[in-house]
Write a protein that binds this ligand. Structure first.
Ligand code: TRP
Length: 337
């Protein structure tokens, strides 16, 4: 047994529903690489969850692998983390079914994400959208995860996972580890370049810098970044009065390591016309190795496939043990092969 088995287990699912952008990277993913020293980390592309909203099949397939490549390029080392695709480990769907039978209609009805998503997709409020949290509970409980890093939007699902695990354990005896939410070290909160009061989001492509954007596109987006209509026209950190400038300063600070004081001094007496392209250049240089690495991995299909094959094997080894235990406890006849 290697010493990783002594580490606590951390697990997170990522929906392959869009390309990674600077906000995802500086706000979260950048910090994930370091977690592998302390935890036994599992990350998977939650492709089954993505099906709850109608997808273009070719796009979904492309994103599931290309997004994985982008995470690897951001520093998630496949040697140190278990990286896989959810649908490759069929135990997720199987435990998902079982847990559906231990999740109450009332509980699922109270999920705010279900309410939001069904309001947004009124024409496709399907059963999967409703039982999404039971599948998510299966994702987590299969690996006996100690920690699940959660943002605000997934807190309620994690709470429900704990309730489902506790309910099952109370009926059948200790079966699942009851996971704890892990509040990740948050990086900078990156806002849209076009509307600095909103978070950077893929749904606003002009205000959003994707990790795979070409340098000239990044340069253009920063040149057009909204600054502020104040008259002083100077680079000063004042998030309330000057949210656009503050956002650019946070980005510049995250990619160069410079403090806000240093940045104010660097651009003292220079206007936004100098500052904005300088931030663009710094971002281009920071992302260049990540983009090149992502492109290299995307082109190397054999490598990518070896990563998710190996990942699925490692994951399934653990998942199968939990599922077997569960099947036995609930009374299913042992599988003869
Ligand atoms: N629901 C999560 C999201 O939309 C994705 C997800 C699926 C997940 N399974 C998970 C996250 C298990 C953490 C653990 O972001």
């Amino acid at each position: 047994m290697d010493n990783t088995t002594a580490k606590k287990v951390m697990l997170s699912g990522i929906q392959p529903s869009g390309d990674l952008h600077l906000g995802n990277y500086l706000g979260a993913v950048k910090n994930w690489a370091d977690l592998a020293d302390e935890f036994d980390c599992y990350y998977f592309m939650a492709d089954l969850h993505t099906l709850t909203v109608r997808q273009n099949p070719a796009e979904l397939r492309r994103r599931s692998t290309q997004q994985l490549a982008q995470y690897i390029a951001c520093g998630l080392d496949p040697e140190k983390n278990t990286l896989f695709i959810q649908s490759h480990v069929h135990e997720h769907a199987e435990l998902g079914w079982i847990l559906n039978c231990y999740t109450m209609f009332g509980e699922l009805s109270r999920m705010t994400q279900f309410k939001d998503k069904s309001a947004k997709n009124a024409e496709n409020v399907n059963g999967g959208l409703f039982t999404y949290p039971s599948l998510m509970a299966a994702d987590i409980l299969l690996y006996q995860a100690d920690f699940v890093p959660v943002g605000e939007d997934q807190k309620q699902h994690c709470e429900l996972t704990r309730d489902i695990a506790t309910r099952f354990n109370n009926i059948y005896g200790e079966t699942f580890k009851v996971p704890e939410p892990y509040i990740p070290k948050v990086g900078a909160r990156i806002m849209s370049l076009g509307a600095p009061n909103n978070k950077m989001s893929k749904s606003d492509p002009q205000g959003c810098v994707f990790l795979l954007d070409k340098p000239e596109d990044i340069a253009r987006k920063f040149k057009r970044a909204v600054t502020d209509s104040d008259t002083e026209h100077c680079v000063r950190y004042a998030p309330q009065e000057k949210p656009g400038v503050a956002n650019l300063m946070s980005i510049y600070s995250s990619v160069t390591g410079k403090s806000f004081d240093e940045i104010e001094r660097e651009f003292d007496g220079k206007g936004y016309g100098v500052f904005k392209p300088a931030v663009g250049e710094a971002v281009i240089e920071h992302l260049r190795p990540i983009r090149e690495e992502a492109e290299r991995i995307i082109a190397d299909k054999a490598y990518l496939s070896s990563v998710y094959t190996e990942g699925a094997r490692k994951a399934q080894y653990i998942a199968r043990k939990t599922l077997r235990k569960v099947y036995k406890k609930v009374g299913l006849v042992e599988k003869p092969f």
